[in-house]
Write a protein that binds this ligand. Structure first.
Ligand code: R5P
Length: 231
């Protein structure tokens, strides 16, 4: 295991300490969240977590959770999620996030908005002073609008790449949309950018998660630290 993976796992192991038997748990997406899913499955097998049901935030997460025997439900069965554990691509000091490096941002945001306590787990490489410093902003667009929304993002000052899959074809999300990776550089006003994008008909969702996170667990060379939302 790489050092970075070891840190991701440490953050995940800390996060599952916040879970209790009987909870509805939002299952995040990506490599860090996957460590948490494995930890949840292990605690269930050991009998330390009972009567857990999960709501997955992507198709790959659903597959992993199923393969590990975690019972899954949808929003038809459960309206409210007690705790969601998810990763992030970048975290600022106010616990605002960029997410969507794996393309799961839309379902992840639906899950986050239905959750009472969102816990984000990262290794220390994801922490920055201003969002956009480390990671370009993923923007999910309907295929028809790809060129139009690319131009719109460029008009806001971003350098835009249409995300490709490993075969060099256009990346397709779980919802059959495209991802535009919009590099704004460090953002002085992420709220304004998010609001502008939310007005666009062709934009399905963007990867700015502003004000949704209660707790960030950061694993680094010096150990684990927790960043808590004010109030
Ligand atoms: O779309 C993917 C998600 O937002 C992930 O949670 C995010 O990209 C972080 O992934 P990882 O833990 O693999 O760095």
């Amino acid at each position: 295991m790489t050092t970075q993976d070891a840190l991701k796992k440490q953050a995940a192991e800390k996060a599952v300490e916040y879970l209790e038997s009987g909870m509805v748990v939002g299952l995040g997406s990506g490599s860090t969240a996957t460590f948490a899913i494995h930890a949840i499955a292990r605690l269930m097998k050991e009998g330390k977590l009972k009567d857990i049901v999960g709501i997955p935030s992507s198709t790959p997460t659903e597959e992993v959770a199923r393969s590990l025997g975690i019972p899954l439900v949808g929003f038809e069965e459960q309206a409210v999620i007690d705790v969601t554990i998810d990763g992030a691509d970048e975290v600022d000091p106010d616990l605002n996030l960029i997410k969507g490096g794996g393309g799961a941002l839309l379902r992840e945001k639906v899950v986050a908005q239905a959750t009472k306590k969102n816990i984000i787990i990262v290794d220390e490489s994801k922490i920055s002073d201003k969002l956009g410093t480390i990671f370009a902003l993923p923007v999910e667009v309907v295929p028809f609008a790809t060129a139009a929304e690319t131009r719109y993002l460029e008009s806001l000052g971003a350098k835009v790449t249409v995300r490709q899959n490993q075969l060099g074809k256009a990346f397709k999300t779980d919802n059959h949309n495209r991802i535009l990776d919009a590099d704004f550089g460090p953002m002085d006003d992420a709220v304004k950018i998010g609001a502008a994008l939310s007005q666009r008909a062709g934009v399905v969702e963007h990867g700015l998660f502003l004000g949704t996170t209660a707790l960030v667990i950061v694993a680094g060379a010096d150990g684990i630290r927790e960043m808590k939302a004010a109030g």
